[in-house]
Write a protein that binds this ligand. Sequence first.
Ligand code: ASP
Ligand code: MG
Length: 423
Amino acid sequence: MKVFKFGGASVKDATGVRNVAKVISRFPDDDLLIVVSAMGKTTNALEALVWDWLAGRPTDDRLSRLAGFHLSVLKEVVPEDRAAFDDLAGCIEELEQLFSRAPTVSEDQAYDQVVSFGEVMSTLIVSAHLRSVLLSNEWMDARTVVRTDGLHRAARVDWEACERTVAERLRPLMAKNPIRIVTQGFIGCTADGRTTTLGREGSDFSAAIFAYLLDAESVTIWKDVPGMFNADPKLFPDTKLLAHISYREAIELSYFGASVIHPRTLQPLQRKHIPLYVRSFADLDAPGSTIDARSENDSLLPSFIIKPQQLLISITPRDLSFIVEENLSGIFALFAQRNVRIDLMQNSALAFSVVVDDTPRSRQLIEELSAGYEVRYNDGCELLTVRHYDEPTLARLTGGKEILLEQRSRTTARFVLKQQAEG
Ligand code: ASP
Ligand code: MG
């Protein structure tokens, strides 16, 4: 069994959906589990709908645009499939019904209820299209398999429960030969039947969950870029493909902010030694990137990642006493409670410095910390991380910029830089 994942960009319109079939048709004899995201920017549109609904604003226009878009794509890719039209119309009707009443559940639960429709609709369309071009397949509701806790919008997988649901629900589907299953990323379900989501961009993780549970031979993420690069090709002109790196390296890169793979995706794969391929859906002959247990190529190229919009916060006890473990544990507890992720930290005798995303939550946290500490901060910073650095690369990337903080280990150099005003 191979697991394929197609993200929103790969199914953003009818051409994208047809292209999925083109990719699948290259694997006629393989058992496939195909994980599909919501189409294009659908998740954002559904989010906007949730906010409207929760605020009591009208939802009709936005919903009818979303419905029109999905129906028109379906019509383009499967001209005659009454059942598929009924299924899709059923989704739209469910959303209409939902919005016709005031929400009765928590905001986060309401979010999951609504946003999950993006994945359901896209998979109905993809599954129907594949059938229409004679790529037989089973549409599966991922919620029958992916069991999670009830932490809405950031649900955590209950792996033991999933082992059971796989045996009960998924294995029986797999009797056919070859078998193709089309299912959703991003969504799951609690034991008592509430829809959950795994966090934005969570479909990569879903692919890894299925691969782990099924002992898949590999996972392939089909993307609009031909693999993982040593830097974001949108920001740098001279990026190079990372043809092969280890799980560990990929985990580090995604932790530091490389956005090609969702950070949580790699751990389940690493545990079962399932290789991950990142390949281009637009160039099926391009080899892409391979991520597996072998690390011999990790240090061939320096990789660099820039996180913009960072705050550099420095925290000092008001009485100029030393920063000691006691202070630190209180400070960490506050970051954890407020769910603000620390991207980098450094301490001296008198000050503890951290770098975090500049968000309203972080600003709020600064206020709270100011009750007990003298807190100073720099906004408009960027965090540059360079793995496997060499001096010429560092000089090139930091040249002419004001360095506010610098940190180096044997493999990784990190800089907090004053962000340059856009010209
Ligand atoms: N559709 C969800 C999102 O846009 C999940 C995903 O695409 O991975 O965040
Ligand atoms: Mg996506």
